[in-house]
Design a protein around this ligand. Structure first.
Ligand code: COA
Ligand code: AMP
Length: 653
């Protein structure tokens, strides 16, 4: 009885009967697959690779000769776009739905079949090729959630070019930094984006970024939107519609499985973003495998990942994975609330027959805040919806419980990172639904050997907190390195513990093998499911002439999970009021990093807590801000400084 009721009730009522992996069905499908991937990784992933079309099928599966730089499918060739589009058309599914663009902010719904999307992408590839883009060239995509975003990503893949999508909420300096690091040849952008309360003029931000960049791209392709058109620079800027109309469709270019498909920049602990590299072969294999087994999505289904394509979830599950699997994907240009109300998600589910919805817990918290009793939820036919997947930040039990009770379907927490590209831990409902536990993203997926280590690199006992690490080699689809920076890849991820990848998260595994993620152990914070670096915000604050020293920590926020809070000490003799300084600093972070930072509060304080050697005690402040009671480090210079900050760190944002 307990098993059949578990999805609707959550795990706790059934816990004694079904809690542990030890009590799960002996050698259930999950355990079988997990063990097979662990004992025979090459056989496991060679089998999974058969789901794709290869222009040169893999004969070697894993190349470990340059460990830790291991590569999957080193001798194979394929084209990711052909696998996502052309092969479904060739298989007679050209009329099946591939992309549904739903835009409440422009009151538009547009549907593309696989045949139509293939044609559009082939012409976009032709337009990029006409601008000189070829295999290996980098293309920056700075676009709102419109079809051109998906089309240009796939067009790059078709050419064997490397795309790098930059989220629209970043400011010009961040865009310029990515242009420079990737040395992009072309940028694809739009005249504007449409937020619920304002228009975001993308083109002036792009123009400013090009002026700032040391390696400015030679050409741009611009989507002119009716709501706000933009001026074009003659000879540099090209109109998207005109370019596609004039372009010859370009066929898919076979590339090495190990060639980069994209670079996705993500926040590290310093101000300089990390260029996460994704290859073609491992990515295609892992995502295709994950669709059926983890998400339970198959050809003909409708998947909706309500995440901007600027983030990893958007790349993997709003674009590539559903299309690789022959499913339709929904591209939603709107918000969970305010476009027009908290029923928007359920309207999209009903209108497009969405089978699987994937979003961030923040989106559900936003909906719950406006529709706590679920009145709007009940107003729509959600019978198509089989499961809700949540990732990108910790899923707090209150949000989990509300979603389970309100939707009455499986609510699946899954844990992963931009670096891994697909879930480290999840509940693989396509393979075998496992009992869920609120607060845990369930168990490691096949290919991931998750270990929790103490500071000496030793595995800790069940239930003990430590650093969440992954034993090398990582499975296909995960980052092979950082863009043109092998040293930083090793220093950031592989040097802490020999033979392990360091996730940067702390947590524990319980006695039954369920992982609990407690939060980052570094200076990365997670704001509304958006990953941000406090280090980059500190760099902006420190550059202000009145600031002597500063710190930025993430503090708990009921809606966004975390929000950044700044603490600054003013230089002696500087005459500036705290409110005026705070306003200037908030404006600077918005202008230099972007509105996505959601940086709204800075407190001017007398001093920051430090060790006797002068190191600012960021970790201790972070833990206090998180509502924990950390031990005061014995090396602290003056404990009264920390005491004075406690009320500031724990005050509501
Ligand atoms: N282009 C330009 N600006 C953008 C933007 C984009 N694509 N996305 C967000 N912004 C701006 C917002 O307009 C806002 O600006 P403001 O300060 O002028 O209001 C700012 O960036 C902060 O945005 P956000 O943190 O998203 O807050 P919000 O109040 O606009 O929306 C939620 C709150 C909860 C509705 C929203 O964060 C959300 O939908 N979150 C889901 C999380 C998600 O998709 N995560 C991806 C990983 S799974
Ligand atoms: P990103 O690279 O933007 O996907 O962010 C990855 C980080 O988000 C992880 O390192 C975690 O800190 C956090 N995260 C993602 N998913 C989860 C989850 N299901 N539970 C807890 N934290 C998560």
């Amino acid at each position: 009885m307990c098993r059949s009721r578990r999805w609707a009730t959550g795990w706790r009522e059934c816990a004694p009967a079904v809690a542990g992996r030890g009590r799960m069905p002996v050698m259930g499908a999950y355990q079988r697959e997990y063990d097979r991937a662990a004992n025979d990784p090459e056989g496991f992933w060679a089998d999974a690779a058969q789901a794709l079309d290869w222009t040169r099928p893999p004969r070697r599966i894993l190349d470990a000769t340059r460990a830790p730089f291991t590569r999957w499918f080193p001798d194979a060739e394929l084209n990711t776009c052909a696998n996502a589009l052309d092969r479904h058309v060739a298989a007679g599914r050209g009329d099946a739905l591939a992309l549904i663009y739903d835009s409440p902010v422009t009151d538009t719904v547009r549907r593309f079949t696989f045949a139509e999307l293939t044609d559009e992408v082939a012409r976009a590839a032709g337009a990029l090729a006409a601008l000189g883009v070829g295999r290996g060239d980098r293309v920056i995509i700075y676009l709102p959630m419109i079809p051109a975003a998906v089309v240009s990503m796939l067009a790059c893949a078709r050419l064997g070019a490397v795309h790098s999508v930059v989220f629209g909420g970043f400011a010009a300096a961040e865009l310029a930094a990515r242009m420079d690091d990737a040395q992009a040849k072309v940028v694809v952008s739009a005249s504007c984006g449409i937020e619920p309360t304002r228009l975001v003029a993308y083109k002036p931000i792009l123009d400013e970024a090009i002026a700032l960049a040391a390696h400015a791209p030679a050409a741009t392709l611009i989507v002119q939107r009716d709501r706000q058109r933009c001026s074009m620079v003659a000879g540099r800027d090209h109109d998207w519609d005109a370019a596609l109309a004039a372009a010859a469709p370009h066929p898919p270019v076979p590339v090495a499985a190990t060639d980069p498909l994209y670079i996705l920049y993500t926040s590290g602990t310093t101000g300089r973003p990390k260029g996460i590299v994704r290859d073609n072969g491992g990515h295609g294999v892992a995502l295709t495998w994950s669709m059926g087994t983890i998400y339970g999505v198959r050809a003909g289904d409708v998947m909706w990942a309500a995440s901007d394509v600027g983030w990893a979830v958007g790349h993997s599950y709003a674009v590539y994975a559903p299309l690789l699997a022959g499913a339709a994907t929904v591209l939603y240009e709107g918000k969970p609330v305010g476009t027009p109300d908290a029923g928007a998600f359920w309207r999209v589910v009903a209108e497009h027959g969405v089978n699987v919805l994937f979003t961030a817990p923040t989106a559900i918290r936003a909906i719950k805040k406006e529709d706590p009793a679920g009145a709007l939820v009940r107003g729509y036919d959600r019978s198509s919806l089989r499961a809700l997947f949540l990732a990108g930040e910790r899923l707090d039990p209150a949000t989990y419980d509300w979603a389970v009770a309100t939707l009455g379907i499986p609510v699946i927490d899954n844990y992963w990172q931009t670096e891994t590209g697909w879930p480290i831990c999840a509940n693989p409902i396509g393979l075998e639904p496992l009992p869920t536990r609120a607060g845990s993203p369930t168990v490691p997926m096949p290919g991931y050997d998750v270990r929790v280590l103490d500071p000496a690199g030793q595995p800790v006992p069940a239930g003990t907190e430590g650093a969440i690490c992954l034993r090398l080699p990582l499975p296909p689809g995960t980052l092979p390195t950082l863009w043109e920076d092998d040293d930083r890849y090793v220093a950031s991820y592989l040097s802490a513990f020999d033979g392990y990848y360091l996730t940067g998260d702390g947590g524990y595994v319980d006695a039954d093998g369920y992982l609990f993620v407690l939060g980052r152990t570094d200076d990365v914070i997670n704001v509304a499911g958006h990953r941000l670096s406090t280090g980059s915000m500190e760099a902006v604050l420190a550059a202000h002439p009145a600031v002597a020293e500063c710190a930025v920590v993430g503090v708990a926020d009921a809606l966004k999970g975390q929000v950044p809070r700044g603490l600054v000490v003013v230089k002696t003799g500087v005459e500036i009021g705290p409110d005026a300084l705070a306003a200037e600093l908030v404006a600077r972070v918005r202008a230099e990093i972007g509105p996505v930072a959601a940086f709204q509060r800075v407190d001017v304080v007398a001093a920051l807590p430090k060790t006797r050697s002068g190191k600012i005690l960021r970790r201790t402040m972070r833990e206090i801000a998180d509502g924990r009671s950390p031990a005061v480090p014995p090396t602290i210079e003056d404990a009264t400084v920390l005491d004075a900050l406690r009320p500031v760190l724990t005050a509501a944002p």
